[in-house]
Design a protein around this ligand. Structure first.
Ligand SMILES: Cc1ncc(COP(=O)(O)O)c(C=O)c1O
Length: 369
């Protein structure tokens, strides 16, 4: 007998990026030289100081459960980040460390959503949000800009998910969206996983609009800025009511976030690690400029991708078909825009070596011509 929960899971949309990745890997097995521009994680290794700290943690047998909220030292370092960057005092009891920001998102939405609630999501969007929402019996409602957002808020609206810098566009959100959200919507779930990966101008953190964390559930993690995707480490910052609910989920379903990863991440905020991060940011920016140069040549419209490591051009034709053909004919793997809610776009991830990206773009040029 299939349960309601299983039915909801089976209704999740297909993960097309994974399909592309497995097709690309099949071609590689056949000996084809595939260029990967579809991957959603940094290609840089985890910075050595973090890696070494992880190895030390293992050697020192720090291999047992931790406090369900996460180790105090790491929560202190996270609180200190928000103090240094935004001059805001965050109590360490308002922080919970999780197994990746994915889990933090799940904790957040599980804590606030009831059946039938509506959650606003800006298009294009990270594909998992809608699935989390549907899983909880709530409804994703999409908007493209402030004007549409204003029209879509109603009595059923429980939350908005903001993601800045954005996956897939690399753009940052304007102040007006935050202001409207805080004025009109009960909860603001702010996914700031690309926080710090900004190459031009600045990017807001939701905490700047709500120092007392009345409506904010801030989500961040170590996957992107510290190239730690496989360590599965994220965190959530919110008021005590939300934290208490998250804590119940953590204690019962997960006990604690990975211990070795928590100790390793203590080095993420060190000056030694900062050098690695700065180098990574410099290189991402160099690659971003290269991609943007080609976008102009292709006459593909992009917005203002100043962050993360993605560009999301409108290509004026079916993105899925384009990605399939490009992979089969030119062995370049890209992500179809449909996955992110925009059929006529594609996502280019510049998380690959500069020369490989260039070669990939040249192959796209040949294909278009
Ligand atoms: C917007 C966004 N949020 C969350 C995640 C999940 O990150 P984590 O590795 O911290 O679970 C990703 C990963 O690609 C992402 O792009």
């Amino acid at each position: 007998m299939i349960t309601m929960v299983a039915k909801r899971l089976l209704n999740f949309d297909n993960f097309e990026i994974m399909d592309i990745l497995s097709k690309a890997q099949n071609l590689e097995r056949e000996g084809k030289d595939v260029i990967h521009l579809e991957i959603g994680e940094p290609d840089f290794p985890t910075p050595k100081p973090i890696l070494d700290e992880g190895i030390n943690a293992l050697k020192e047998n720090k291999t047992h459960y931790t406090d369900s909220r996460g180790i105090v030292e790491l929560r202190e370092k996270i609180a200190n980040k928000y103090f240094l960057e935004y001059n805001i005092d965050v109590d360490i009891n308002n922080i919970i460390i999780t197994g990746g920001s994915s889990l933090a998102l799940f904790f957040a939405l599980s804590s606030i959503l009831d059946e039938g609630d509506e959650v606003l999501i800006k298009l294009p969007t990270y594909p998992c949000y809608k699935n989390f929402i549907r899983f909880l019996g709530a409804k994703p409602i999409y908007f493209k800009n402030l004007e549409e957002l204003e029209k879509k808020v109603n009595k059923k609206t429980k939350a908005i998910i903001l993601n800045s810098p954005s996956n897939p566009t690399g753009e940052v959100l304007e102040k007006e969206i935050y202001k409207f959200a805080y004025d009109e919507i009960p909860y603001v779930v702010s996914d700031e996983i690309y926080n710090g990966l900004v190459y031009e101008g600045n990017c807001f953190s939701a905490i700047e609009f709500d120092e007392n964390l009345e409506k904010t559930i801030l989500i961040n993690g170590f996957s992107k800025l510290y190239s730690m995707t496989g360590w599965r480490l994220g965190y959530l910052i919110s008021n005590s009511e939300i934290i208490d609910s998250c804590l119940k989920l953590q204690q019962n379903f997960f006990i604690s976030a990975p211990t070795i990863s928590q100790f390793a991440a203590l080095k993420a905020f060190s000056s030694e690690t900062e050098k690695y991060v700065k180098e990574m940011i410099k290189e991402f920016d160099r690659r971003r400029r290269l991609v943007l140069k080609y976008m102009k040549e292709f006459n593909w419209k992009v917005g203002n991708p100043v962050g993360a490591f993605y560009v999301f051009p409108y290509i004026g034709r079916d993105g899925k078909k384009f990605c399939e053909e490009l992979l089969n004919k030119k062995y370049v793997a890209l992500s179809p825009g449909e996955e992110f809610g925009c059929k006529y776009n594609i996502r280019i991830s510049y998380s690959n070596k500069y020369e490989r990206i260039k070669e990939g773009l040249e192959r796209i040029m040949e294909y278009i011509e």
